[in-house]
Structures are given as C-alpha cells and as structure tokens.
Design a protein around this ligand. Structure first.
Ligand code: UD1
Ligand code: MG
Length: 458
C-alpha cells in the first residue's frame, strides 16, 4: 500500500480529471440534481472540481446525464475550461468514463476519475493519487476501513499490491469479510487508461460496466495496481439528505479548524457556520452563533460578536460587528468601524472609525470616517421602484431616530438633530433639524390630574 504523500504534483505532468456527475440522486427527493446540492455554500460538484484543480488537473471532463444543462453550467462556473460529455444511458461507472473517450485519447500523463457526489475529497489526496501514478503504479484505487462495509466494493490484496476489486453483490462470503473497501475513485496511467477501460465488460451481477474491473484487467496485462488508504470521513458519498448533513458537518469542522490554525479565535467553534470561501485574518475573534454566507473577508483583529449574520461583506482591521448585527452584500467596514446591535448594513461603506451603534438600517450609502450615526437611524433608500443613495460626510453626526430620505447628502461635519426627517441636502458643518417644535404649557399636568380625579369612578 502507498502512504499518502503531500508532495505537490509535478507541474510538468498533464492530468485529465473525469468527474462522474450522471447520478440519479432519487434518494435526495429533490427537484435539484444531487450534485448541485451545496456544502458550505458550494455545490458538491464545485467542491470536487476545486480539489482536482488544486491537485493540478489540467483538463477536466464532467460526465452528465441527458438534459442536465444546469449541471453543465455549474461545471463551467467552477472551472472555465471544463468540457461536458453526456452519458445517455446509465450503464455503469466504466461506461460513464468512456463517455470521455475523446479526452482519453489525447495522451495525458495521468487520469483521475472522481465522483461528484464525494465532496470531501481533498486536494492532498488527489495529489497523492497522481504521485502514485507518477511513481510507477498503472492503476491506483483509494481504500478505506469502513465502519460498515456492506454495499461497498472490497479490495482484494496480493503480495505486490492490489489484485482485484470485487463489488459487494458479486463477492463471496470470504471476500465480504474484507474490511478494506473501495472509495470508488481511481487514478490511471495516461498512456494505458483508455486501453484498460475499453476492455471492461458487464458480465456481473448488475450487468454494469464496472470501473473497478480496471484493476484485474491491468493485472492481466502485467501492469501494477496499488491502493492509497484514505479516511472514511473524506471518501464518504452523499446519497440522501442525512448524508448531506453529515458531509456538511465534516466540512464545517475542516473550515473551523483551518480558521483557528490560521490565527482566528472561535469561542464556540461548533456554533460558527462558514462558507467555503470565508476569509478570517489573524487575531480575529468570532463569538458564538455567527453565520458566514458567501464572500466574507474579515481583516486582522476584528471582532464579530455573538449572533451576527454576514454575507458579501468586508470588515476592516480592528472593526467590530454585533452582537445581533446583519451585514448584507456590499457592506464594507473600514478600520475600527463599529456596527452595533440590531444594525443592518447593505451596499454601504463605513469609513475609518465610523460608528453605527444601535438599531439602524444603513443601505445604499457611504458614511465618512469618524461619522456617528445615532440609534434608530434609517436610510430610506427605496420608493417601491428604485434604490437611491445616501452620502454622509466625514465626522458628521446624525441624531437618533432620524430618517434620511435618499437621494440625499449630509456633508462633512454636519449635525442632524434627533428625530429629523432629512429630505434636503445638508451643508458641511450645518445643523439640520426637521421636526415639529416642542410646545410647553406650564402647570398643565396638575390641571389635567385634578380634572380626571373629579370624575365619578367607573
Ligand atoms: C461504486 C464502486 C464501489 C465503491 C462505491 C463507493 C463501481 C463499480 N463500484 O459503487 O466499488 O465501493 O462506489 O461509494 O464503481 N455513475 C455514472 N454513471 C453510471 C453509474 C454511476 O455517472 O452509469 C456515477 C454516479 O453518479 C456516482 C458514481 O458514478 O457519482 C458511482 O456510482 P454508484 O452507482 O454510486 O456506484 P456504487 O454502486 O456506489
Ligand atoms: Mg455510490
């Protein structure tokens, strides 16, 4: 057996990756094809392709079922150069690989076959698979010790490597007692791949063309077959929503561990939900129950307080967010900016040290450095048809409970009195107050109480 190596794949070798994505996915009970279901905000197909690209795959062919334009589009979104081939009938994994026959004829150095419903496969493992082929193996299978081997193909070992893979349905009692199972993925030597796979026939229990038969065919041709052992967690496939949730949990653990290893503190890691692309800087602190949607970048030493929800947001150095804050796409917080509790920010930038501390909605706006936005301030950015912008200059001070009716500008250094409805631009360093003047009637309260007390009791 081959120990996993973490050496990078030699850049000089060309690699064809064939991703099988023609799954039926009926057990997902979904209108969405199985491989488009997401884990950490990215489709399973996208994860498989990203790991292969990381391992240096230079050509990627995705095998899809008939009429699966949605899967094809996702493949191309994940890797611009992806080629799509259609497997018209589902006659087995080897049959699916042969749908990529034209690419197989191009003479790559190695070929990696991956399953789009096995989303936890890492770049490191694909790299090790490629390294084994570069090191002289002609066929490389990936094995794992299954907690419950039922249903999996079994790896039958020989003195000098792998002798055969036997599908569960075709296995003898003795073979079924083998615990080392086939993960399904395969790497092959490029010059031999098409010759080996084209020889596979379907004389088995399921009348399917089994990719796994590549092993005994290679051995029959005097070629070598080896096994790379991986962890069951990494090779787990997803067939239903329970397994989808299990894969999600494994991916989340990976992302949390990576964030902590890179220098972020997660006070309660199990309660923080990451997107696959979340980026946290050094000495970032994330309190419990924080959700990161796609496209979030948090710079060094920022603090994300408990129960905050962020997507498409950039949080500058030493800025602070929450508790209970919502940053929507286009939120851009400068250094030391502060977004406090029950504040929503959308498509708005906050300059250095700007503060929106309590109970506000700031959308389609720019807030200058050092500006202070009082509690309950709302940018009224929408008239039911269009969105309008609010510009607030540096050092401006907006009193609590003000409504800023966009399009409107409050220039640098200006003050807005609390409770103002701002409908016109405010000049620099002015005070704008737009509310009814307060009236005071001395002694009114005593007269009122006396009047009420004189009435008969109800
Ligand atoms: C396969 C392996 C088995 C291994 C198991 C691990 C074979 C013959 N068997 O079995 O040894 O233990 O995976 O989970 O390879 N697919 C197509 N077209 C087809 C058939 C399959 O694209 O005609 C795709 C499926 O969508 C899936 C992958 O290939 O992504 C594997 O197919 P599946 O039917 O799940 O194979 P298993 O029976 O699980
Ligand atoms: Mg399967």
């Amino acid at each position: 057996m081959i120990a996993p190596s973490h050496a990078p794949a030699s850049g000089a070798r060309s690699c064809l990756a064939i991703v099988l994505a023609a799954g039926e996915g009926t057990r997902m009970k979904s209108d969405l094809p199985k491989v488009l279901h997401t884990i950490a905000g990215r489709s399973m197909l996208g994860h498989a392709i990203a790991a292969l690209v990381g391992a240096g795959a230079t050509d990627i062919v995705v095998v899809v079922g008939p009429d699966r334009d949605d899967v094809a589009r996702e493949a191309v979104a994940a890797f611009g150069g992806a080629r799509i081939v259609v497997q018209r009938e589902r006659l087995g994994t080897a049959h699916a690989v042969l749908a990529a026959r034209e690419a197989l004829m191009e003479g790559h150095d190695d070929v990696v076959v991956a399953f789009a419903d096995t989303p936890l496969m890492t770049t490191e493992t694909f790299t090790s698979m490629r390294a084994a082929i570069a090191g002289g193996a002609h066929v490389l299978a990936v094995g794992f010790e299954a907690a419950d081997p039922t249903g999996y193909g079994r790896l039958v070992m020989a003195d000098e490597g792998l002798a055969a893979i036997v599908e569960h349905k075709d296995a003898s009692e003795a073979e079924r007692s083998i615990r080392l199972c086939n993960a399904g993925l395969l790497a092959l030597s490029g010059p031999h791949a098409l010759d080996i796979i084209a020889r596979i026939v379907n004389n088995n229990a399921q009348r399917e063309y089994y990719l796994t038969d590549a092993v005994k065919i290679a051995r029959g041709l005097g070629l070598s077959a080896q096994v790379l052992v991986a962890l069951e967690d990494e090779v787990q496939g997803v067939n239903d929503r329970v397994q989808l949730a299990r894969a999600e949990a494994a991916m989340q653990k990976r992302l949390r561990d990576a964030a902590m290893r890179a220098g972020a503190t997660l006070l309660a890691p199990d309660t923080v939900y990451f997107n696959h692309d979340t980026k946290l800087g050094r000495d970032v602190i994330v309190e419990p129950n924080v959700f990161f949607g796609p496209g979030v970048l948090i710079e060094d030493q920022a603090v994300i307080h408990a129960c905050s929800h962020l997507e498409g947001a950039h949080v500058g150095r030493k800025a602070s967010v929450g508790p209970f804050a919502r940053l929507r796409p286009g939120a851009d917080l400068g250094e030391k900016a502060k977004v406090g509790n029950f504040v929503e920010i959308k498509a708005a930038s906050l300059g250095t040290g700007a503060k929106v501390s309590h109970l506000s909605y700031i959308g389609d706006a720019s807030v200058g450095a050092g500006a202070n936005i009082g509690a309950g301030t709302i940018t009224c950015n929408y008239d039911g048809f269009s969105k309008f912008r609010t510009n607030i200059g540096e050092g401006a001070f907006v009193g609590s409970n003000s409504s800023l009716v966009a399009p409107v500008s409050i220039a640098a250094g200006a003050y807005v009195g609390s409770g103002t409805v701002v409908t016109k631009d405010v000049a620099a360093d002015s005070l704008a107050v737009g509310r009814a003047r307060q009236v005071e009637i001395p002694g009114w309260a005593n007269q009122f109480r006396a009047r009420k007390k004189a009435l008969p009791k109800a």
